[in-house]
Ligand binder design. Structure first.
Ligand code: SAM
Length: 173
């Protein structure tokens, strides 16, 4: 189980980038994303992608981050440019039941203390989307990008020169 906790989501300022955080989490192998601020528009956007392109994948907004962290059974990894370099941290991180935490703004000091690992995807400032993508890809050895999705209405068939989309009508072979 791979979870992502998005902390500090502000509507409307972070709407676009939080959508990218959640879709990146899904596409790179996470199972669930928790967002601290309630945002039904974000939920609807993500759920319509899941309906069309498949799941399982869950989004929950308006959650208490403290509760999510407290109840998470596995390790907690906080992504921050101030952390230990990913190359040094990754060998110590178990591969299952990982909660990955990304901020939207300056995160409270608590995060650095409650995390099992504070991990930097390079020690330069960039983006939570980039940090999450690189971290998940490294954590899952690229397998997140190859997972299969169930119940999809449409499926993209890789095509080196154009777009091929297969419409899957439920119940039809
Ligand atoms: N200005 C904020 C601060 O000083 O904490 C950071 C904003 S940054 C755009 C938002 C999030 O991106 C951070 O909370 C962190 O999760 C992630 N992030 C940015 N650069 C990172 C890096 N080099 N390594 C890991 N995470 C990073």
């Amino acid at each position: 189980m791979i979870g992502v906790l998005r902390w500090g989501h502000r509507i409307p300022r972070d709407s676009r980038i939080s959508t990218h955080v959640v879709l990146t989490a899904r596409a790179f192998g996470a199972d669930i994303v928790y967002v601290d601020t309630e945002d039904k528009v974000l939920e609807d956007t993500v759920n319509s992608v899941v309906e069309r392109f498949g799941g399982p994948f869950e989004i929950r907004t308006g959650v208490s981050w403290k509760k999510v962290v407290r109840e998470w059974k596995g390790v907690k990894v906080h992504l921050t440019m101030y952390g230990e370099h990913i190359d040094d941290a990754l060998p110590k991180i178990p591969k299952d039941d990982v909660l990955v935490i990304v901020g939207a703004e300056k995160v409270p000091r608590d995060f650095y203390e409650m995390a099992d690992f504070n991990v930097a995807v390079g020690n330069q400032p960039h983006s939570e989307v980039a940090a999450l993508a690189v971290f998940l890809d490294r954590l899952l050895d690229g397998k997140g990008l190859k997972r299969s999705y169930e119940g999809a209405q449409v499926e993209i068939v890789p095509n080196p020169r154009g777009k091929t989309v297969r419409e899957n009508v439920p119940g039809r072979e």
